[in-house]
Design a protein around this ligand. Structure first.
Ligand code: NAD
Length: 543
């Protein structure tokens, strides 16, 4: 046994490549986009390191060209779900006993594979399968995915180092045990990096996972799974289980070995998983750890001292990058009446310049929304606004699903601060503005704080430092990630640990030690060197 304590590299954020015309990264990506566009991949389940084909299949299509099939994937049935549970429980014992350095080195190797050997592959799969432009894919599938791994090695080191004090005649230790059983990792469609991290942060701490990927991100998620295996993640440590969420969720919830759920997605799904755990509580071996990041209704609050152009740029990028399908996307904005005319004219200018279309045309700022049900849901809000006396469409409002699921970036202005699109998560390229009287900052802050059930991200714009400081205090519980003079999206691992409370989740901050600590169950060990040999204390022996 090698007992040395190793130094891992000091983590740093993966540099974002520029993809300028003719650059090596651009040429490699163009080749890979072509290859993946011309290939239809068959995606199996992967259980205990083995491919499983069930012949109950579904299709993966390009959201921006939905007649184009990218892959056929096999769906898990009851038998495969049971196989995955057995596989994860068995693998956890071996994996958690393995030397921590070996686990960490596998994580660091995955980061290298993602950023060097498979950069073009994971970007192309994310662009084509989830309809992201290059930049949105690069910051997600490559940079954030690698950052999670490199920073988590460092955070885990700090956790393992955290030891209690000892004294003469005793040695105290903390053993950071993996959870007993398996972790159910349930990932959303919108971030490849989140899918990776939902598995690998518990795995880093010695756990094994059963991974239910979102149906609309299976292509990139399958490539991730293959990279995990190539890096040396042993059979059974991550079990890849595409299929129906309801069916997989039902059988997983019934397993006595469910030790935790690591979830990102909608409130409806997380709430149903939480309720099922509650119903089954007495059946489990331990209390399952429930970690979930859910929805948002993220805001920008503009103070009268703000710079209108900066607000317009932040609002446009914050609301419409990746078609507003980020949990952090700005979807409501409070603007003082004195600044509205200038902000309006600046943001309209941007809406005319930003092009929409296929991900392979690199000039496009906006691509398609993920699928038909999402498209239909988004346009129901736009139609509602068009028909309302309380709202007007400032720009956008168009949509077309004949080729791909395209919805133009849309700005709604409402006179009702409780208008439906000010309150509900839409998860699409729709921003609603409420223009307030300059004398009503205080009342509008109250509205901003109390309008939605969420508390994920929010931003304030202003140059009056006292006012900004006051607003920051006033909105303390309105957002778990709060931005001053910046858009509310684009959190970076190691810099802005991410997550919100209220209806937005358990706020365990992905990309930080708060999250990793949820995947261990510490055991305290006290060792006494010379044990007492009688039951009496000295004062009892005075006579
Ligand atoms: P979703 O809830 O529809 O799906 C998430 C995952 O849950 C998918 O894999 C789905 O198949 C699975 N699922 C659905 N029903 C299930 C069940 N009964 N049992 C087990 N699994 C089940 O969410 P989505 O549409 O993929 O993602 C969008 C949502 O995710 C938005 O609400 C967004 O705000 C949220 N999100 C939050 C964060 C954050 O950090 N707070 C980050 C990204 C996305």
């Amino acid at each position: 046994m090698n007992n040395s304590i190793h130094n891992f590299p000091i983590p740093a954020n993966e540099p974002i490549k520029e993809y300028l015309k003719g650059s090596p990264e651009r040429l490699a990506l163009e080749r890979e986009l072509k290859r993946q566009s011309e290939t239809a991949v068959e995606i199996p389940l992967i259980i205990d390191g083995k491919e499983v084909f069930t012949n109950d299949t579904g299709k993966v299509v390009m959201p921006h060209d939905h007649k184009h099939t990218l892959a056929i994937y096999h769906k898990a049935g009851e038998k495969e779900i049971k196989m995955a549970i057995d596989s994860a429980v068995k693998a956890q014992k071996i994996w958690s006993d393995l030397n921590w350095t070996t686990r960490a080195s596998i994580m660091l190797k995955i980061a290298e594979l993602l950023t060097i050997k498979y950069r073009a592959v994971i970007n192309a799969a994310t662009m084509l399968g989830q309809s992201k432009n290059i930049y949105q894919s690069e910051i997600d599938a490559v940079c954030e995915a690698a950052d999670f791994l490199r920073f988590n090695v460092s955070f885990a080191t700090d956790i393992y180092k955290n030891q209690p004090i000892s004294s003469f005649n005793q040695l105290n230790r903390m053993e950071y045990r993996a959870l007993e059983g398996f972790v159910f990792a349930v990932s959303p469609f919108n971030f490849t990096s989140i899918a990776s991290n939902l598995n690998l942060s518990p795995v880093m701490m010695g756990n094994a996972t059963i991974w239910k990927p979102a149906t609309t991100s299976i292509l990139s998620n399958y490539y991730l799974m293959k990279i995990f295996m190539e890096a040396g993640v042993p059979a059974g440590v991550v079990n890849f289980l595409p299929g129906s969420g309801a069916l997989i969720g039902k059988h997983i919830m019934e397993s006595r070995d469910l030790a935790g759920i690591h979830f990102t997605g909608s409130n409806a799904t997380f709430n149903s998983l939480w309720n099922s755990v509650g119903d089954m509580l007495t059946k489990y071996k331990s209390y399952p750890r429930l970690v979930g990041e859910t929805g948002g209704k993220d805001f920008i609050f503009v103070h009268p001292s703000a710079n209108p152009k900066e607000v317009a740029v932040a609002a446009f990028s914050g609301a419409f990058e990746y078609q507003g399908q980020k949990c952090s996307a700005a979807s409501r904005i409070y603007i003082p009446e004195s600044l509205w005319p200038e902000i309006k004219s600046e943001i309209i200018k941007l809406s005319k310049e930003a092009k929409m279309g296929d991900v392979c045309d690199f000039k496009n700022f906006v691509n398609a929304v993920i699928d038909e049900s999402s498209f239909d849901n988004i346009i129901s809000y736009i139609e509602f606004a068009k028909e309302s006396d309380e709202a007007e469409i400032i720009f956008g409002g168009d949509y077309d699903k004949s080729v791909g699921y395209f919805v133009s970036p849309t700005l709604i202005k409402t006179v009702n601060p409780h208008f439906k699109s000010m309150e509900e998560e839409i998860f699409g390229p729709v921003l609603t503005a409420y223009v307030y009287e300059n004398s009503k900052v205080e009342e509008t802050l109250k509205l901003c704080d109390e309008t939605s059930p969420y508390g994920l991200t929010g931003a304030v714009f202003g140059s009056d430092r006292l006012a900004v400081a006051e607003i920051c205090n006033r909105l303390r519980y309105s957002a778990g990630n709060f931005y001053i003079n910046d858009k509310p999206t684009g959190a970076v691992v190691g810099k802005q640990p991410f997550g919100g409370s209220r209806g937005s989740g358990t706020n365990d901050k992905a990309g930080g030690s708060f999250n990793l600590i949820r995947w261990v169950s510490p055991r305290t060990i006290k060792e006494t060197f010379i044990s007492p040999t009688d039951i009496f204390y000295p004062y009892m022996k005075e006579d």
